[in-house]
Ligand binder design. Structure first.
Ligand SMILES: [Ca+2]
Ligand SMILES: [Ca+2]
Ligand SMILES: [Ca+2]
Ligand SMILES: [Ca+2]
Length: 451
């Protein structure tokens, strides 16, 4: 399913650098980013926040609180959140009825120096007995944070508590990963799990689809096991209180992100792997389903009838806008925890950079960096402006949604005068997709050394 990439828009500042191993990975923490920063050619970084997870964390110290993303909730964001008007439009009155069949609980707590990090956990109470069912947990052991999510109805992520500075580098080190993908060459695991999902009961995207019949019983909605599992290694979001919501929601709130999207036994043409050794695209089936999708979001709509910004994808195979999703690298999770992967995002000099380091399929130990200017070849990075004066309104639009509930117009998706402070997150932000566990060794935040 190889596709030729668009001839247009080969980015000028987009070449990735494969750094020498010693330079990228063996330096002390305070200089590791500086070493990586040399690839960007803009000098060193200064470490301002660091979390090693050597202090004990346990989410059981924080209470669960019922929450519905409603108008009075601190988690209320917009028409795409869990009780958002988008779902009334596409689902009609049946959406409200289905939403009312369960309760949602959340917990949130700050940790790290000065509380610079916040954990956000969410779970459903399907039987409405006041206790969340199969909720996610956040704990630590031996200096590593463990994010466990036994049900896809849960969500768990770690985010920056405050908005990030104008220029920064954030990085995290991954030590364990069990959110789907093939294991030992199979999507169906020896322990009975399917693409990382437990085998018990039905698991669907209920009750947040982008269309279709909202009156169906829960088990008749789209099966998530045979669709996809995944995990966000690191992403920059455009709204303040980053927390789990439905899957449609996040697709309009990402600026840049590195995530996995592990499609069960997928043989279509909507996904492809870049082989960084041959610099050739390969069909999805050529990989192990453990890819990293590093995606710069732009303002175009990716889908005609559902929310979602379009993807700009740089890889060793070139540049692609839209079309098949490109996995830049294939991870080897079987090497964890002895090995690790480091994911970093930088915002500096009017550009975002995404960086991945570790031992990858085909190439072994390597670092890949992809940089793209806020506006490059007339393509903006979605909601890049942290302040109104960084943007003049040229990419504003109205989005119209139509369904069983009528027509809803989302006016001014990116108007002049708008501002979108950056927040990072990693974890699983979906309350109707994805389940599994991951281990994170550390998180660090840097600012430019010279100011
Ligand atoms: Ca809401
Ligand atoms: Ca319950
Ligand atoms: Ca989930
Ligand atoms: Ca650690």
């Amino acid at each position: 399913m190889k596709r030729s990439r668009p001839a247009r828009r080969t980015g000028r500042a987009t070449a990735a650098l494969v750094l020498p191993v010693a330079l990228a990975l063996s330096a002390a923490p305070a200089t590791a980013a500086g070493a990586a920063g040399q690839g960007h050619g803009t000098g060193d970084w200064r470490l301002v926040r660091s979390e090693t997870f050597d202090r004990s964390l346990d989410d059981r110290r924080a209470p669960w609180t019922r929450d519905d993303d409603g108008p009075g909730s601190p988690y209320n964001v917009d028409i795409y959140d869990n009780d958002g008007a988008f779902f009334d439009a596409v689902g009609g009155p049946e959406f409200r009825r289905q939403l009312g069949t369960f309760d949602t609980y959340r917990k949130s707590f700050g940790f790290g120096a000065g509380g610079w990090l916040t954990a956000e956990l969410a779970a459903r109470d399907t039987d409405k007995d006041g206790t969340p069912d199969a909720p996610p947990t956040l704990t630590t052991a031996k200096g590593v944070a463990r994010l466990d999510e036994p049900s896809h109805h849960g969500g768990i992520l770690i985010r920056s508590t405050k908005a990030l500075p104008a220029e920064y580098r954030v990085e995290m080190t991954l030590r364990g990963l069990d959110f789907g993908g093939q294991r030992d060459g199979s999507w169906d695991y020896p322990d009975g799990r399917i693409n990382g999902y437990s085998p018990e009961g039905c698991k669907t995207n209920f009750p947040w689809a982008s269309g279709g019949d909202f009156s169906r019983p829960e088990c008749s909605w789209a099966d998530v096991r045979t669709d996809s599992n995944g995990f966000y290694y690191l992403g920059i979001m455009d709204y303040d209180r980053v927390a789990p919501h439905n899957n449609n929601f996040i697709h309009v709130h990402r600026k840049v992100a590195m995530d996995s999207y592990n499609r069960y036994k997928y043989t279509g043409s909507g996904l492809r792997y870049c082989n960084p050794a041959t610099k050739q695209y390969e069909p999805y089936g050529a990989g192990t389903g453990n890819g990293v999708n590093a995606i710069f979001m732009t303002e175009d709509r990716r889908y005609p009838t559902q929310p979602g910004t379009e993807y700009l994808m740089h890889s060793e195979c070139g540049f692609a806008k839209g079309g098949a999703i490109v996995s830049q690298v294939d991870l080897r999770p079987e090497l964890l925890p002895k090995e690790s992967y480091r994911f970093a995002i930088e915002r500096r000099d009017g550009a975002y950079t995404m960086e991945m380091s570790g031992v990858f399929a085909h190439v072994g130990r390597a670092t890949f960096r992809y940089t793209r200017a806020f506006v490059q070849d007339d393509e903006p990075i979605w909601h890049y402006n942290q302040k109104p004066e960084e943007y003049d309104g040229r990419f504003n639009a109205d989005w119209t949604w139509t369904g069983a509930g009528g027509t809803l117009v989302h006016r001014d998706t990116w108007p002049a005068g708008s501002a979108y402070p950056d927040h990072f997150m990693f974890g699983d932000p979906h309350m109707n997709f994805y389940e599994g566990s991951a281990q994170v060794d550390d998180v660090r935040l840097y600012v430019p050394a010279r100011r």
